[in-house]
Design a protein around this ligand. Structure first.
Ligand SMILES: [Zn+2]
Length: 381
């Protein structure tokens, strides 16, 4: 496939973790990797230059939201997503499958596709597998995702079976449309999405059905929807041993530092989540000592950095006291700086994980990183 390759460079000797390089037409991504989320074509509050500085390589944008506003044809007229986002690195677009779940109160699913109500003006929006391929072609990301049906309850067997089988039928239609429209020649890779909820037999059947299409990469979907850590682990554990070794594996919508270790130990390579930027806008940060609310009054006169081990702009140029002031006065800069810090924390963590896999000390890193994460730190700690 034009411009895409995945190679594994190091494998852990004690678990299924691996370090790899995913080549795309817009550059290489070292894996395991975290992809920041730019829902509406922008990672909220973060300049592309700064995204690059915190270590981001591949970023994500959202099909459903960009289709509604400004419209995928408008994005195409403005030069496609790379120009639109002023980002010359790799981009992945999701398919709207997550919105089938998250907007289920205003969505009607049938065998042919999904009717949504627009969250912008209430009008009817129809997504079919073919339509979703056309929209993502217009948006122009490097990697596009198949349209899937994500069941609301991953343990409800009848519902999960129906959604999983529908996802397989939709994948056939996505692949057909993508090939007919010259996706492979255009240098736009299609990833298939494995469903099957937390039901082992269905996960296995789904891996088999999805991988039959021999695509550039595969995603594990229908996780991180509030099902709990155990169900997510089951889903990953059932899927990864059966996925082809030589293709990237993307665990959608994940997650947190604990989730990264759980999934990477089981052989996952790519992740995305709104957590670092969303928490930053609520003034909560991850640090090497634990999680912290920056608005805490105890930081008022604290001249020390948020995280002494961090090299981001917030930690090298500002003190806790100043960041607290910016947060409590709701200055725009608070969200900007704290987003940079959280993104840097996530990207440093993934870089540390890659080194630890290569040196076969992932378990030690896991213990050292996660122990402080159970703490919320306050003044005097
Ligand atoms: Zn920092």
């Amino acid at each position: 496939m034009n411009g895409f390759a995945f190679r594994i460079e190091r494998k852990s000797r004690s678990c299924a973790a691996r370090c790899g390089v995913f080549d795309t037409p817009h550059g290489a991504v070292e894996t395991p990797a975290f992809m920041p989320v730019g829902t509406r074509g922008t990672v909220k509050g973060v300049l592309p230059r700064d995204l690059r500085d915190v270590g981001a390589r591949m970023i994500l944008a959202n099909t459903y939201h960009l289709h509604l506003r400004p419209g995928d044809e408008t994005v195409a007229a403005l030069g496609g997503l790379h120009d639109f986002m002023a980002w010359d690195g790799p981009i992945l677009t999701d398919s709207g499958g997550y919105q089938v779940f998250s907007l289920r109160d205003i969505a009607q699913v049938d065998d042919d596709g999904v009717d949504f109500k627009s969250i912008v003006d209430g009008s009817r929006v129809r997504f079919t597998p073919e339509r979703v391929m056309d929209i993502q072609e217009n948006l122009g990301a490097d990697v596009i995702m198949a349209f899937d049906h994500c069941p609301a309850d991953p343990t409800a067997e009848t519902e999960v079976r129906q959604a999983t089988e529908r996802t397989h039928r939709w994948l056939e239609r996505c692949v057909k449309r993508w090939r007919e429209r010259g996706g492979p020649e255009r240098g736009q890779a299609l990833f298939g999405i494995v469903q099957g909820g937390a039901i082992e037999a269905l996960r296995r059947a789904s891996v088999e059905a999805v991988c039959a299409h021999d695509l550039v990469g595969y995603a594990i979907g229908g996780v991180a929807l509030g099902e709990g850590r155990e169900a997510m682990t089951t889903a990953v554990e059932c899927a990864t041993p059966l996925l082809p070794e030589d293709k990237p594996r993307y665990l959608m919508g994940v997650g947190t530092p604990t989730d990264f270790f759980d999934a990477i130990e089981r052989g996952c390579d790519l992740f995305d989540c709104v957590t670092p930027t969303r928490h930053a806008r609520n003034h909560t940060v991850y640090t090497s000592q634990g999680r912290m609310n920056v608005r805490n009054n105890g930081w008022r006169e604290d001249p020390s950095p948020l995280d002494p081990g961090c090299d981001c702009l917030a930690c090298t140029q500002y003190s806790k006291g100043v960041l607290r002031h910016l947060a409590v006065t709701n200055e725009m800069l608070a969200g900007v700086l704290l987003s940079l810090h959280n993104l840097r924390f996530f990207h440093r963590l993934l870089a540390d994980i890659r080194s630890a896999i290569a040196e076969d000390r992932l378990a030690e890193l896991r213990a050292a990183v996660l122990e402080p994460m159970t703490r919320r730190i306050g003044p005097g700690d």
